[in-house]
Design a protein around this ligand. Structure first.
Ligand code: ADP
Length: 482
């Protein structure tokens, strides 16, 4: 049987380049899809910009295609390099708009516009040059959304493209690729003529990709619903409502080999669901490391996050302030918005015996915190999928989280008898957060109830295989429509 052919496009993919959650997804999902033992084999290939960081790791990769793109009269050369990693074909696109010494994302939207529009157009062009016709083009976020928009036009006059279907995954609707007009006009792309697309979005990569995609995936079923409303729809809710029948929600997976408390070399004391006793050693090691009271009966609260209003760090700070009368200790790990970093430091200054901060990115420390913390604070205002809560549950650290997006889909509230894996609250404000945390602190005192929640969380299946199956069903469904 001929395999289904999927071309998977992303701006980043771990372990070659990882800036955020998209890197985890692009590094794990294609691998998991290609390893599914299904009736219909899947030949999934990944295409990425040949970023400076990748050129350093994989220098001098062979070129399998080279051709020009045009920005008006100006000819811009494209080279497509190839590597095979873990039995999967990877293509890397190089050319002048992809700087040889830059970061994956620049702070200049104009520059990123040229980089990612060039990449999106080259990614659409090269399959024909190498004689490999994908059945489906799967793009991710704004950086690769225009490939799908331009596919719509290519279909009209090039038989090679006519039957290719498309999937666009939204990892975060907030980032639509604004500020990239110069490249859009420079490459001579046609603005959208869709009546229901707001005027400000007519040249924006993500909305245009959403307009053209055969299927739209949001990274959790709840987020797929939320983006249809005014609070989370970022002004596109009406437009998305018209395309509701094309939208599905699929939760991301977690790399369960990397995030495994029984085999995590960063931990003072590895542990598994069979015996949680050794877990305490991690808590005590953390207390000593941060000069906190080494008393396991005091609940240790952790927050591991980008310091961003999206993540509700301010709600956590205010909520903890309200719960000063209760015994707890807290450890904040994060970097980002200077105002929020400062607020964390202020809380630590006001509650010097019980709050510690580490305002930096530190992967090793995050692992020790998941393993030693009792409660993960995750009061995100919105959370398309979220990874931290899944890692926390896998490490026996129980989340207190806002019931939004992927948090709602991956955490079962304690009120569900014999099923609960965490504590959810409906309204993102400090008062409701504090009430819910207080509820969790009360249960913490009941040892057997607490360890039951821990064990249920640790036993959840957050594997990539589960997501891969959902994506492969979606691919199948699309192919049957042809
Ligand atoms: P987002 O992708 O929106 O930042 P997620 O919850 O999906 O949020 O993923 C965040 C990931 O980054 C988690 O793996 C979390 O442990 C990690 N992380 C966030 N901040 C830090 C930090 N300061 N140090 C180490 N890891 C961090």
């Amino acid at each position: 049987m001929d395999p289904s052919k999927i071309l998977f496009l992303a701006a980043e993919a771990a372990p070659l380049v990882k800036v955020g959650g998209l890197g985890d997804v692009a590094g794990s999902l294609p691998k998991a899809i290609s390893r599914l033992a299904l009736g219909q084999p899947i030949d999934i290939r990944i295409v990425l910009p040949y970023h400076a960081a990748i050129q350093q790791k994989l220098p001098g990769l062979p070129i399998v295609a080279s051709f020009p793109l045009y920005a008006g009269e100006v000819e811009i050369p494209v080279a497509v390099h190839q590597a095979i990693i873990d039995d999967i074909k990877w293509y890397f696109i190089s050319g002048p708009p992809i700087p040889k010494d830059g970061e994956v994302y620049s702070i200049d939207n104009r520059e990123d516009g040229w980089k990612f529009l060039f990449f999106s157009l080259a990614a659409l062009e090269f399959p024909e040059r190498i004689g490999w016709r994908p059945d489906i083009i799967h793009s991710n976020d704004w950086h690769t959304a225009l490939t799908i928009y331009c596919l719509k036009y290519r279909k009209q006059n090039d038989p090679f493209y006519r039957k290719i279907r498309s999937v666009l995954t939204i990892h975060n609707l907030t980032f639509m690729g604004g500020g990239t007009d110069e490249a859009f006009d420079g490459f001579g792309l046609p603005p959208s003529t869709a009546d229901d697309l707001p005027w400000w979005a007519k040249k924006m990569p993500l909305p245009l990709g959403l307009q053209a995609a055969d299927r739209i995936v949001a990274v959790s079923p709840t987020y797929a619903q939320e983006i249809l409303g005014p609070v989370y729809g970022c002004g596109l809710e009406g437009f998305l409502q018209h395309r509701q029948d094309r939208i599905v929600g699929i939760v991301n997976g977690l790399d369960q080999d990397s995030w495994n408390p029984a085999a995590d070399s960063m931990l003072a004391s590895p542990f598994s669901v069979k015996n949680l006793e050794p877990r305490l050693k991690n808590k005590r090691a953390l207390a000593r490391e941060f000069n906190l009271d080494d008393d396991p009966s005091i609940p240790l609260l952790i927050l591991i996050s980008r310091m961003d209003l999206q993540k509700g760090c301010d709600l956590a700070i205010e909520g903890l302030f309200r719960l000063q009368h209760l015994p707890w200790q807290a450890l904040f790990l994060g970097t980002g918005n200077p105002y929020l970093e400062e607020s964390c430091r202020e809380l630590a200054a006001q509650l010097p015996t019980r709050v510690r901060t580490a305002m930096r990115f530190d992967g090793g420390l995050s692992r020790r915190m998941y393993a030693g913390g009792d409660i993960l604070l995750m009061p995100s205002r919105y959370e398309p999928c979220g990874l931290a809560q899944m890692i926390a549950m896998r490490y026996g650290c129980i989340p207190v989280a806002h019931a939004t997006g992927g948090l709602k889909d991956t955490i079962i509230d304690f009120s569900e008898k014999d099923r609960g894996t965490g504590f959810l609250f409906e309204e993102a404000n400090a008062q409701v957060f504090a009430q819910t945390l207080q509820r969790a602190l009360a249960i913490f005192e009941v040892r057997s109830a607490w360890s039951d929640i821990q064990k249920r969380g640790m036993a959840q299946d957050f594997s990539w295989e589960k997501s891969a199956r959902a994506y492969s069903r979606l691919y199948q469904e699309l192919l049957e429509e042809v």
